[in-house]
Design a protein around this ligand. Structure first.
Ligand SMILES: Nc1ncnc2c1ncn2[C@@H]1O[C@H](COP(=O)(O)OP(=O)(O)O)[C@@H](O)[C@H]1O
Ligand SMILES: [Mg+2]
Length: 329
């Protein structure tokens, strides 16, 4: 029996991973969150629910290391952005547990949108991207352009800059990037690569309705250009396992890179239902099992509704942590 811990149990990605793994007869699923009211905790039996510190807390990784030992965990899934780099940096200290996440180098390059644009250039179409300062001032832009944080999430701080005067007014700020505007339609592609970086599946989908940064309605789409562009991006960053590659069409109608989220997206249930159970594949990858060389998917749409879990109030775990950080997907 594999004992698998999933963190971020209160988020839609955490719930999706937990529900996928609960279908496997060879797995005992443990669920963790910083908040005792996190819904996914109550999808697993009481003795498998755990409270952990906030991901940015220096005590987070030590607490997870202790859980790995105490619960004899074999695989660890983190579905929270801020938890991934500190866990990946200490993945060899997790006892017998394997962290089902990309390498620290891959995480680092995706979490910095400027580094990502440099890395992927030559592998796939990347919009012109410059650090705000001398490099952005020297560029011959067609306005308007996009300015956004180099390390951002949930569309926070994304703005349109309409002319050179507005760009110059930003001065030198290397926490920001200036980027060519991609005026076309936007797609999210859930990608899964094996241990050698070979892409097993790339599932493009729309985010037709979004609530609190999470896609709650959309559809998968078979599209050779979107699938191959996302696979090229995955190869460029040395992806193993799951990532969500966001693409948008440029003025010439070519699919170009917006960003990569190196984790399970909140919309994972659609990708699973369309035929690619990425949490289950990620578990097999972590366990070193043989993976198929290709998994097909079909076109499928989803709409989402809230569902309740009812438990005795005494079952709610105690936590003194505040609310979650927002993520998108
Ligand atoms: N270069 C761009 N052209 C057009 N729209 C953009 C561009 N960059 C960002 N956006 C818009 O802003 C949203 C958030 O940007 P993104 O790069 O995905 O950062 P994050 O999701 O991490 O905040 C995108 O989904 C897109 O709608
Ligand atoms: Mg995004």
């Amino acid at each position: 029996m594999e004992r698998v811990l999933v963190t971020g149990a209160g988020g839609p990605a955490g719930v999706a991973v937990i529900r996928s793994l609960l279908k496997r007869a060879d797995v005992e699923v443990y669920a963790a969150d910083m908040d005792g009211w996190a819904s996914g905790l109550y999808l697993v039996p009481p003795e498998r629910r755990r409270i952990v510190p906030r991901g940015a807390d220096p005590e987070f990784v030590p607490a997870v290391i202790s859980l790995c030992a105490a619960d004899s965990l074999t695989v660890l899934f983190s579905t929270v952005d801020v938890e991934l780099p500190p866990l990946a940096a200490r993945r060899s200290e997790l006892g017998g547990a394997v962290l089902a996440a990309a390498s620290l180098a891959t995480l680092d390059v995706t979490l910095d949108k400027f580094a990502l644009s440099e890395r992927v250039t030559g592998f796939a179409r990347v919009p012109t991207t410059r650090l705000v300062g001398p490099a952005s001032t020297a560029e011959e832009w067609t306005f308007p352009i996009i300015v956004k944080p180099r390390r951002g999430a949930g569309s926070r701080g994304v703005r349109l800059v309409h002319d050179r005067a507005a760009l110059d007014a930003l001065g030198v700020d290397e926490t920001l990037i200036a980027q060519e505007l991609l005026p076309g339609a936007e797609f999210s592609v859930d990608v899964f690569a094996d241990a050698d970086g070979h892409v097993i599946a790339a599932v493009p989908r729309t985010r037709t309705r979004v609530d609190s940064g999470v896609s709650i309605a959309g559809r998968t789409l078979r599209d050779a250009e979107l699938e191959s562009t996302a696979a090229d991006v995955a190869r460029a960053i040395g992806l193993t396992g799951v990532a969500n590659v966001q693409l948008r069409y440029d003025a010439a109608g070519v699919a170009a890179l917006l960003e990569v989220n190196p984790r399970f997206p909140g919309a994972m249930p659609l990708t699973i239902a369309a035929g690619v159970d990425m949490p289950s594949l990620a578990l097999d990858l972590a366990l070193g099992r043989e993976l198929p060389s290709r998994v097909e998917f079909r076109e499928l749409a989803n709409v989402r509704y809230l569902e309740d879990i009812f438990v005795d109030p005494s079952e709610i775990l105690h936590s003194d942590n505040a609310a979650h950080d927002e993520t998108d997907g």
